[in-house]
Ligand binder design. Structure first.
Ligand code: ATP
Ligand code: MG
Length: 418
């Protein structure tokens, strides 16, 4: 039961011109509904190959999902291939002809081109799945009491709404699906293996909860998935598992997603906290070149708490714009604990904010020394209760170091706000 095979049709997909994002959306929804995708294949716009594909899939699967190739042009052969695969003739649907005609009228582009008539042809016995965003209706053919072929148009803006509109109601009507619930613990500041080590052994008695680790660079997501007879059972299992895991990796978890797929960025979490407190933030960045500010401002509404920043790259700029004393630079070097603190203090003073972040480091690939190797980054957070510094050593190429350092700096602030 509930074995699903997905057939993506399109020469463009096979040529590598486009990515099969429809598959990603479908797979996610199906998984949430407790259905198992057992196969995913990509087929060319070729009537015979599509027919074979449908026949093959029906020999194994309970649900065969076909996407793409429902358009009006001669390269759109999916309806023909599916009809052949089902061994059913195509029959013109008078209602569908009217729907398409009305659509053309509504958009004032004149009469319906003859080519579009084909989009009113469906395999005999098909149930039409209306498409509010295009002329190509999808269709569903029940091939056995609990077996069906569902065909949907290729353009994501047409297909995606049809998932909620048609696919989910169909799956629900079929019933009998176990409920799967998931939660995503977003963690940072601890590598994947260390995280796993800390969590290990805490699953006893939680056999119904599966755990997965997904490196996010930066950070690691710990995904908990529970299966239950109903929603309440699955959620209860997740609650227990989340509590235990949080006990072990508590301070590293910056957000718990109530579902398996959302990924709230660290900057949103920090921003929400600042907003709640009515606090403000500024930055003074050297080696990250504005990336910290960029992450902060990538969040809509960040103007509520973010004042601005300085990319203090040259030493002269550190001195002129953020008041880093020349003597300090001379004594400790630009990449130092003292300069990180001075950057944060200077930014806080100049921008008049509650908090400020200072970052200085060696992004590489050149410029490293034995004492200050590539990847060394000093950061500081200045706030009402003083200025605290943090030394990190990041691995990777220049952009990776910049990205990781920026995230770590934001995380430093998050920990101060806890
Ligand atoms: P149309 O009426 O626009 O021709 P169609 O149902 O015939 O729609 P296709 O011709 O297969 O669909 O694809 C149309 C466009 O939809 C593609 O150029 C591509 O941009 C997008 N598309 C098709 N299949 C996929 C897919 N699996 N994932 C993401 N995008 C897709
Ligand atoms: Mg097409």
């Amino acid at each position: 039961m509930n074995r699903v095979e997905i057939l993506a049709v399109g020469n463009e997909l096979l040529a590598g011109d486009i990515t099969d994002t429809n598959f990603l959306a479908l797979a996610r929804v199906l998984k949430d509904k407790g259905a198992v995708v057992t196969r995913h294949v990509t087929l060319p716009d070729d009537r015979a190959v599509i027919a074979d594909g449908v026949r093959d899939a029906l020999a194994r699967a309970d649900l065969v999902l076909v996407t793409g190739g429902l358009g009006p042009t001669e390269d759109d052969l999916t309806r023909f291939g599916v009809a052949d695969g089902l061994g059913r003739p195509l029959v013109r649907d008078a209602g569908a002809v009217e729907t398409i005609r009305a659509r053309f009228r509504r958009y004032g582009v004149g009469d319906m081109p003859v080519a579009n008539l084909v989009q009113a042809d469906f395999p005999e016995g098909a149930r039409l799945l209306d498409n509010p965003n295009g002329t190509a209706a999808g269709f569903l053919v029940e091939t056995a009491p609990r077996q069906a072929v569902v065909v949907l148009p290729g353009p994501p803006r047409e297909l995606l709404p049809m998932i909620d509109r048609h696919l989910l109601p169909y799956l629900e009507a079929r019933g009998g699906l176990p409920v799967i619930a998931a939660r995503r613990l977003r963690a940072i500041g601890l590598g994947e293996s260390l995280l796993a080590e800390r969590i290990a052994g805490w699953d006893e008695g939680l056999a119904d909860v599966a755990i997965g680790y997904y490196p996010q660079d930066p950070g690691v997501d710990v995904k908990l998935t529970a299966t239950g007879a109903d929603e309440a059972a699955a959620e209860a299992a997740l609650d227990a598992a989340t509590r235990r895991r949080r006990d072990r990796i508590g301070e590293h978890v910056y957000f718990v997603e109530a579902n398996g797929h959302d990924r709230t960025p660290l900057a949103s979490v920090v921003g929400a906290e600042l907003r709640d407190r009515g606090d403000t933030l500024a930055v003074a960045e050297s080696c990250t070149g504005g990336l910290v500010a960029s992450m902060i401002t990538a969040v809509a509404g960040s103007s509520d708490y973010f004042r601005g920043g300085v990319v203090a790259y040259a030493n002269a700029v550190k001195t002129a714009f953020v008041d880093v004393p020349e003597a300090l630079l001379a004594a400790h070097g630009a990449v130092s604990e003292e300069v990180a603190a001075a950057l944060a203090d200077g930014a806080r003073r100049h921008f008049g904010t509650t908090w400020a972040i200072g970052v200085t480091g060696v992004a590489g690939p050149g410029g490293g020394t034995e004492e200050k190797p590539v990847g060394l980054v000093w950061m500081a957070v200045a706030g009402p209760d003083g200025t605290r510094t943090h030394r990190t050593q990041h691995a990777g190429d220049r952009t990776t170091i910049q990205r990781r350092a920026s995230a770590t700096a934001l995380d430093l602030l998050r920990r101060r706000l806890r």
